[in-house]
Ligand binder design. Structure first.
Ligand SMILES: Cc1cc2nc3c(=O)[nH]c(=O)nc-3n(C[C@H](O)[C@H](O)[C@H](O)COP(=O)(O)OP(=O)(O)OC[C@H]3O[C@@H](n4cnc5c(N)ncnc54)[C@H](O)[C@@H]3O)c2cc1C
Ligand code: FES
Ligand code: FES
Length: 465
């Protein structure tokens, strides 16, 4: 059992639960707070969205998260707000709720609590990019026009009764008892030693994969350890070695950091899951799970990133591409964990595209990343990496060789395009056929060249690829 202390709609709560009880199940089954809905139970529909606030450098930050794949110990020390906790003490609706009424934003109402909570968290964060904010909230009957009109109407209106200064949630979070240090450690060195001695424990970072092992596969995880309180894993540091990204950095934070350095990477992350997924998922989890269609490995490999693995006090550094040995098999020893990933210093040459059936909230059919250095019109170095084209994220070494030393011209690029068949034997699956994958990969090289020439690739051309 795990002791968890947090704030629920402003009031302190202390519970003893099995560590893999989800926040959604606890809210609905134990607290009977049934406003938070269960739709898919796998992070896709947003019906279970809640707002979770935490203290970051003394500031209260509100984030939308999917309660269905959030284990209760992950909210230790935090402030959870559900749809039941939005109205004013006298019963007046929150401006977001009122706007949904005024603009007819709800029909059957099943998605509505999740949408309201996404809009609430967005308003707290000062976000007005409603399309992105709502990409993780599926509505099957109302449609998004009225919802977006409600979002626009409500954005400017604060709810004075929920201002941090009024709720006092910052101080209240700081006053909560410390969590269970064995289950959710705060000291990285102590955790490293413990994990080296207990290599069978399941590491949980954002739980956007592990959560599904419980909610969909009904697995008993045995001993689990939560990494989200290890502040040392959540740093992003820039130095002579390059950018060191701690494995616990969430995709949302990484997106903000990359925006000014590698904008194509930031844009890729915008297409990663949804706001709720990106607020939970970590870069360490995205690498450690070894998925052939994980979105971060291709751009990181193209950027020449190195992975830092740690076992106890011993660190091992390897090129990221060497970590992925075969499908489901990574170069990670028992008791070893991903500590950080280091992107070497370089100018921004990265181009990366995710190709998927839906624009938002979809897994890649393939993802191609390109770093091509050109001097005096010739390619002097190239690093090209793809996800979705093989059993692991993989470099396109034959293509790299085919363009290196050649003029960076359309003719030379077209001559190199067949080399993709030497690098990859993609599979056909529900996302794409092998032939489609190969053809798109070739055309992404052409697109990388075209955009290097300053050519905008039109929608018609995109459809043609
Ligand atoms: C709705 C939805 C949409 C998604 N969309 C995308 C998408 O667009 N693109 C994409 O790439 N992925 C997507 N995913 C998959 C998932 O978000 C990612 O794989 C995610 O990055 C996993 O990170 P996490 O922190 O949640 O990992 P967790 O689920 O906590 O862990 C994943 C695995 O990594 C291990 N692990 C975690 N941290 C470490 C560490 N530091 N060292 C060693 N092992 C570790 C865990 O033990 C586990 O085996 C989606 C998932 C969902 C549910
Ligand atoms: S129930 Fe669908 S995202 Fe949680
Ligand atoms: S109102 Fe019915 S699903 Fe959105």
């Amino acid at each position: 059992m795990a002791r968890v202390d947090f704030l629920l709609n402003g009031a302190p709560v202390s519970v003893d639960v099995a560590p893999t009880v989800t926040l959604l199940d606890w809210l609905r089954d134990t607290r009977r707070l049934t406003g938070t809905k269960e739709g898919c139970n796998e992070g896709d529909c947003g019906a279970c969205t809640v707002s979770v606030a935490s203290l970051d450098d003394g500031r209260v930050i509100h984030r939308a998260l999917n309660a269905c794949i959030l284990f209760l110990p992950q909210v230790q020390g935090r402030a959870v707000r559900t749809v039941e906790g939005l109205a004013a003490p006298g019963g007046a609706l929150h401006p977001v709720q009122q706007a949904m009424v005024d603009h007819h934003g709800s029909q059957c109402g099943f998605c509505t609590p999740g949408i309201v909570m996404s809009l609430y968290a967005a308003a707290r964060a000062g976000r007005a990019d409603h399309d992105d904010v709502l990409a993780g909230n599926l509505c099957r009957c109302t449609g998004y026009g009225p919802v977006v009109r409600a979002a626009e109407a409500a954005a400017a209106e604060p709810a004075p009764w929920l201002a941090d200064a009024v709720t006092g949630e910052g101080a209240a979070m700081a006053a909560l008892p410390a969590g269970d240090a064995a289950m959710a450690p705060e000291d990285l060195d102590a955790f490293a030693d413990w994990y080296a001695a207990n290599p069978d424990a399941v590491l949980v970072a954002g739980a956007t994969d592990v959560g599904l092992w419980v909610t969909k596969q009904m697995r008993d995880l045995g001993q689990v350890v939560f990494l989200n309180r290890l502040a040392a894993l959540q740093r992003i540091e820039s130095g002579p070695e390059g950018i060191t990204i701690g494995s616990g950095v969430t995709l949302s934070r990484l997106r903000g950091y990359m925006a000014g350095r590698f904008p194509a990477f930031a844009e890729l992350i915008r297409r990663y899951g949804s706001v709720q997924v990106r607020n939970a998922a970590t870069i360490g989890g995205n690498i450690a799970n070894g998925s052939p269609i994980g979105d971060c490995p291709p751009p990181l490999i193209a950027l020449g990133a190195r992975l830092v693995l740690r076992r106890g006090g011993v660190r091992r550094v390897l090129p990221l591409e060497d970590f992925f040995l075969a499908y489901g098999r990574q170069d990670r020893q028992p008791g070893e964990f991903v500590e950080s990933v280091v992107v070497p210093p370089q100018p921004n040459r990265l181009r990366v595209w995710k190709v998927s059936k839906r624009f938002d909230q979809d897994i890649s059919a393939l993802c191609g990343a390109f770093c091509v250095s050109v001097e005096d019109g010739r390619v002097v170095a190239a690093r090209i990496a793809f996800g979705g084209m093989a059993a692991t994220p993989k470099r396109a070494l034959a293509v790299e060789a085919a363009i290196t030393g050649q003029p960076w011209t359309q003719a030379a690029v077209r001559a190199a395009m067949p080399a993709f068949a030497d690098d990859f034997r993609p599979i056909s699956d529900m996302r794409a056929s092998a032939a489609y994958r190969l053809r798109v990969a070739r055309n992404l090289l052409l697109r990388a060249w075209a955009e290097d020439q300053g050519q905008r690739v039109s929608l018609a051309q995109r459809v043609a690829v």
